[in-house]
Ligand binder design. Structure first.
Ligand code: XMP
Ligand code: MG
Length: 178
């Protein structure tokens, strides 16, 4: 597994597929126990979370639903913080147990800005599950309940995450080379 080149930048292997899958299986099993009988509704934030949501959901063995929404646009290698209105949120959240799935919390602005909209619908509970968290970059408070990996403040791609649209199809996660 050598470096990959995208838009003139070099990326090196960071989190290999097997490690990602191990963490996701552990998270699924935790959720299966915690949410048994609660029929949770997963809300996955597109585009970046599609692989994470898919692999996690395949290991959810309790009754559960999933829906996909689109929220934010992201350009370049630092977070723009741009937030677009939620598209595709067509399920009634009242009294539901919600688990929001995000690929990565960077500054935290996206979820910090969006979560009040979900709380307004008065779900029975609302938790956040993320694949990656960059604690050193986070300036907006987000209550993260489940996190697969805490990572340094480096740009990453692969496993659903992109650099200007490319790189999502990698099974491993890469980081910007030094
Ligand atoms: P905030 O700053 O709002 O950012 O927490 C969340 C969104 O920004 C994108 N993001 C990244 N995408 N590699 C990416 O491919 C990264 O290192 C990265 N950091 C932030 C991502 O879409 C996330 O939902
Ligand atoms: Mg995202």
């Amino acid at each position: 597994m050598s470096n990959i080149q995208l838009h003139g930048k070099s990326f090196e292997i960071f989190l290999p597929e097997a490690l990602i899958q191990e963490k996701i299986a552990a998270l699924a099993s935790e959720i299966n126990t915690a949410y048994a009988g609660k029929k949770p509704l997963f809300i996955a934030v597109l585009n970046g979370s599609f692989m994470f949501a898919s692999d996690l959901f395949k290991s959810i063995s309790i009754e559960a639903e999933i829906c996909f929404i689109k929220l934010a646009s992201y350009k370049g290698t630092t977070s723009t913080g741009q937030v677009i209105t939620a598209i595709g949120l067509d399920v009634d959240l009242t009294n539901r147990h919600i688990i929001v799935l995000e690929d990565i919390i960077d500054t935290g602005k996206t979820l910090h800005t969006f979560l009040p909209q979900l709380h307004n619908q008065q779900p029975a509970s609302l938790k956040i599950g993320v694949l990656l968290h960059k604690p050193d970059a986070t300036v907006f408070e987000v209550p993260i309940d489940y996190c697969c990996f805490s990572i340094p403040n480096k740009f990453v791609l692969g496993y659903g995450l992109d650099y200007d649209g490319y790189g999502r199809n990698s099974r491993d996660i890469y980081k910007l080379a030094e």
